[in-house]
Design a binder for this molecule. Sequence first.
Ligand code: GLY
Ligand code: MN
Ligand code: MN
Length: 434
Amino acid sequence: MFNTSLYASRRSRLISQMQRGVAVIPTAPEVLRNGDAHYPYRFDSHFHYLTGFDEPEAVLVLIAGAVPQSILFCRAKDIEREIWDGFRYGPDGAKEKFGFDAAFPIAQLDEKLTGLMGNQPALFHPLGAHAPWDDRILALRACVQAQVRSGITAPNEIHDIRMLLDEMRLIKDSDELGIMRRSATISAAAHIRAMRATRPGKMEYEIEAELLHEFRKNGAQAPAYTSIVAGGANACVLHYISNNALLQDGELLLIDAACEVDGYAADITRTFPVNGRFNGAQKDVYELVLSAQIAAIAAARPGAHWNEPHDTAVCVLAQGFVDLKLCHGSVEAVLESGSYKRFYMHRTGHWLGMDVHDVGTYKLDNNWRALQPGMALTIEPGCYIRPAEDVPQAFWNIGIRIEDDVAITAQGCEVLTEAVPKAVTAIEDLMRQP
Ligand code: GLY
Ligand code: MN
Ligand code: MN
C-alpha cells in the first residue's frame, strides 16, 4: 500500500524550509547504452524521496508561501506507447495515487513553469546536477524576465535545493530504516550464499552470479553498485570490478557487494579464504582488521563526531602494523607520519541511504558533525599489502576489508548487516558446511 502521507509530509517539510519561492526538481533522464538499448532506468534519489514516483520524464514543482502547492509533470497516458513500454500513470492517475495538488503532462512544463515562476522571489533547483536542466530552467527564467513590461518579475535568488534536501535525507525516518533493513538482509543472504559457493577452481564471476541470483530472487531491483569479487592480489585493487580471474587454493576472496531495494542501498564487504581455512599470516591480518572494525563500530554512537570511528580504526590498525612489522617505529610516529596509509589508504566509512555514498555533509562550520539517531553509515576498515622488499613475504598480496552498515540509535548503533559472519571461526564453520 503506497504511503501517500509520508511523501506529502516530506514535501511539506521541504516547502516550509524554502519559506518562499518555487522549486523545480526533475527526475533522472533515461540513458542510452547503445543502439536502441537503454541502461536500466534508475530514478533520481531526491525526486523519489519526495514523490515515490518512479517513471522517467517527470518533474516535481513545489510552491512555497501562503498557498503551498505540489505539482507533478509526467508522461501523458498513451495507449500506443503503453503497448510497447508498459503502464504509465498519466497526470490524473499520478495526482490521485501520489497525492499531488495538481498534475500536468510533461509537454506543458515550459509553458506552465514560466507562469509559475512569475512574481516568485526565489528559485530552488539541484544546480549543477544536470547541465541541460540548468540551461533549460535559466532559459525559462529569462522568458519570465522578458515579461517585465507586463509588470511580471522573475526570481532574483537562485538556491541549490540540495542544501535542504541533503540534510533531510541524512536523518532516516522509520520507513527508510525499514527499507534499509530489507536491503541489508538480502545483501547479507547473498554474502552467505557466496561463502558457501566458493572453492578453489571457481571463477570470480561465478561467485558474482551467486550474489546477483540472491539479490533478484529476493526482490531487490538491482545491485547498489558494481560488485567487487576479488581473489588474491586483486583484493589490493580497491575498485577491482573485472571479476574474471580464477580463485586459487590458499588465497583470500574479498567481496564488496550489496543490493538496492526500493531505492535504498546496502554496502557489505567480507573477506574469507577460498579453501575455507585462513592460514597463519591471513589470520593475523584478518584478526587485526576485525578488531579495528569492532572498535570503530563501538565508536559509532550518538554524540560522537563523524571521524571518531575512523580515528579509532586507525589507532588499532597502526598498533597492529607495528606488531606485525609492516610499519616501523612507535605507534605515535606511525600515526603522526601517516605511514600506515601505505596499507590503509581509504576512510572508514561514508553516509549510506538512497545512494551508496549518500548525501550529507561530514562537517558543519568546519568541525566534524556529531552522529545523531537516524544517521546511517558504513564501517569498513581494511588492509592491503602489495609485495615489497621491506614487507614480510607471508603478507604479500593479502587484501582484507570488513564492511558493515550501521544506523545510529539513541543508545549506540544498530548493525544492519550483522547476519553475515565475520569471526574467523564463524566463517570457517559456515564454509565447512556441505
Ligand atoms: N562499495 C563502495 C564502498 O564501500 O564505498
Ligand atoms: Mn562502503
Ligand atoms: Mn562497499
